[in-house]
Ligand binder design. Sequence first.
Ligand code: ZN
Length: 179
Amino acid sequence: MNTISDLTRAYHFAAVRHLSQKRKGKAGEPYINHLTEVADLVATATAGADIDIVIAAVLHDVLEDTPTTSDELVAKFGPRVAAMVAEVSDDKTLPKAERKRLQIEHAPHLSEGARTIKLADKTANLRSLKKSPPADWEAARIADYVQWALAVGEGLRGTNPELERLLAEAAAAVVTPSA
Ligand code: ZN
């Protein structure tokens, strides 16, 4: 059973593993800011009811983007957290278009914890796209991303009304021109 000290351990672990990685946006934010945002969305929307989901949210990109292995996550944070992180990780051996298609296909079949993390991740990514779009992304690419994020979100309906509302709000904000 994980506790609050395991959560702080997860933040430290993720911060170190993602240390050299920056977010895609033009602001080049440290990656830990994204992990903090996703974990905060999950913790707030679930009222902190299940600490394993929050820990998995902190670690959600560690398999996909760093040399961390699933065995290592099992040893450090237990099999349940490791399984949720694996569920929200793309198979990086596949081409990008196929990975994106599979996210839409797999979304409805994920565990509740993984679905919650996915909703929060897509919400955070859309917010970043609004706040700090990557310098080389044309309007059409941004619109495609929003469409895709909403298609993944469609398969996550019924998971968490608050996060579903925040996802829709973030998507609408991206396509609405700023004043
Ligand atoms: Zn993420």
